[in-house]
Design a protein around this ligand. Structure first.
Ligand code: SAH
Length: 346
């Protein structure tokens, strides 16, 4: 239900303390409520059992908690779970639980739709409706954490911002959410287990390098040749590789963290020796590794996964140049939950 009441989670701890004081109550009530919201992820004021009934009613009269709703979910035969998440205004995003033998990873969305136009990505075909709020990003993590406990008897081990949207185009909210996820006053998860994936927004990568909390950075590179990259990721004209390189050099100087390049090899797009050599050169700018991602089809005949031969050539050349390369098999493809397939189909 849409109401005019403000979401209480838009308030900082300090603002909550001030609010209680303004009501003639003790400031520390603000700390209690803050803990309910961010440590215990309460969905409702009635759950805040260390507050009096009168206080809970007063909160109810002044605020809402716009919690996300898992509208429905699908479970793949490989254990991957795709959730359709309904936001308070009725819009839908998807988030995914990806289990392996040793990890359970939440793949979460940062925007409703996406404003970028990567030709090979299903999400790119959805108009960007709005940015997610910090609490909407946070709620995806707690919802998937519950699923992880339910299906695997263990809490979430990792979080990747690889769902819908471009996290660096919703920078402030993503950083605020990460702060709540990592803070001891929130979920207290290690930032080392969080990866923000970007198609490469240089200015924002630099900004992120200056943040106090140090998490991992992945860049969806897909080509290290400007003309090729522009043909599949048109925003590359605005953020060309030279600027991306500068930003990554800055990132490494500041964080001393290796960068991961995500890379799909397509037939006739980026499968020549020239493409491989360009990637090798790019990888030498800063310590990095390459994740070769399997292409997940999205009903576009222009894109076909390259031959095994071409992919093997990539792997061999990268390894010969001492660049770490991992092969990332798709997960949850049968339910359209794999990389680039999130498109609110269900
Ligand atoms: N906008 C951010 C976050 C999305 S992450 C980014 O671009 O990094 C989603 C990842 O899946 C990106 O690496 C993207 O390039 C990749 N991807 C998109 N479509 C894909 C497809 N059809 N098959 C495989 N990977 C795809």
């Amino acid at each position: 239900m849409v109401t005019n009441k403000k979401d209480i989670r838009a308030l900082s701890k300090e603002q909550l303390r001030t609010f209680f004081e303004s009501k003639g109550d003790k400031a520390f009530r603000g700390d209690q409520v803050y803990a309910w919201l961010w440590q215990k992820s309460a969905h409702d004021f009635v759950d805040m059992t260390n507050l009096s009934k009168a206080t809970r009613d007063m909160l109810q009269n002044n605020f809402v908690i716009n919690h996300i709703n898992v509208d429905n979910f699908q479970r793949s035969n490989d254990g991957t779970v795709k959730n359709a998440i309904r936001l308070h205004d009725g819009l839908i995003v998807e988030s995914v639980l990806i289990p392996t033998a040793t990890r359970t990873t939440a793949c979460i969305s940062s925007q409703v739709g996406c404003s970028l136009d990567c030709k090979f990505c299903a999400t790119a075909r959805l108009k960007r409706m709005r940015n997610l709020n910090p609490d909407e990003i946070f709620d995806q993590v707690t919802a998937i954490n519950q699923q992880s406990k339910h299906y695997h008897n263990r809490p979430l081990s990792n979080i990747v911002f690889m769902g819908m949207g471009e996290p660096l185009m919703n920078y402030n909210n993503v950083i605020k959410a990460i702060d709540k996820i990592t803070s001891t006053e929130g979920l207290a998860m290690s930032p080392k287990r969080i990866t923000v994936s970007t198609s490469g927004v240089p200015k924002m990568i630099k900004k992120m390098a200056d943040e106090a909390v140090k998490f991992n950075l992945a860049v969806s590179l897909h080509s290290a040749i400007d003309e090729v990259r522009t043909s599949i990721m048109p925003f590359n004209t605005t953020f060309p590789l030279a600027d991306l390189k500068d930003a990554l050099v800055y990132w490494y100087e500041k964080t001393k963290q290796k960068v991961t390049y995500e890379y799909v090899v397509w037939k006739g797009v980026n499968d020549t020796q020239k493409d491989i050599d360009a990637l090798v050169t790019f990888c030498k700018y800063v310590p990095s590794k390459v994740n070769l991602i399997e292409y997940n089809t999205i009903d576009d005949a222009a894109f076909v996964q390259a031959s095994k031969l071409s992919i093997d050539k990539y792997i061999r050349t990268l390894e010969q140049n001492n660049i770490i390369v991992n092969i990332r098999r798709s997960r949850g493809k049968d339910i359209d939950a794999a990389c680039g397939q999130l498109a609110n189909k269900s």
